[in-house]
Write a protein of this length. Structure first.
Length: 142
């Protein structure tokens, strides 16, 4: 039962971090065109629209394309008991850059930078929630 709970924790944390990556990537990507006022001017988007676009419309695509490969790599991290924060930051940054290049089929420096920053944020969140406890399963000593 302990292993099952750990696997569910890893899976749900991965999905949450993919949604966070997606929302943050879209926000960073749209940053030059955002309006920070409640009534945006013509051609500007309200700041919350990029977050909503990323979390609701873009995240399902990232979840479909990224969950299985990430879970495969994260299971190896779990098996090898890798708890290093930098390993998770690097993994999520590389995965974010890869899936961004794969889905958009072009390389723009601003998109790559946004993907790397969003990947670092998602990797930090994953490390905080699940990665720093890699190899541990909750004990039931009853």
């Amino acid at each position: 039962m302990r292993i099952f709970v750990r696997l569910i924790t890893i899976t749900m944390t991965t999905v949450l971090c993919i949604v966070v990556f997606s929302a943050l990537f879209e926000f960073l990507n749209a940053l030059p065109n955002l309006s920070w006022t409640l009534q945006p001017q013509r051609g500007e988007l309200p700041f919350y629209s990029a977050l909503l676009w990323g979390a609701v419309l873009r995240a399902p695509g990232y979840i479909v394309t990224g969950t299985v490969p990430l879970l495969t790599i994260l299971s190896v991290f779990e098996w090898r008991v890798i708890r290093n924060r930098w390993a998770y930051l690097l993994l999520w940054s590389v995965a974010g850059i890869f899936v961004t290049c794969l889905l958009f089929l072009w390389l723009q420096p601003s998109r790559l930078l946004a993907a790397a920053i969003a990947g670092c944020a998602a990797g930090s969140l994953y490390w905080l929630l699940a990665g720093r406890h890699a190899g541990f399963a909750p004990r039931n000593d009853t």
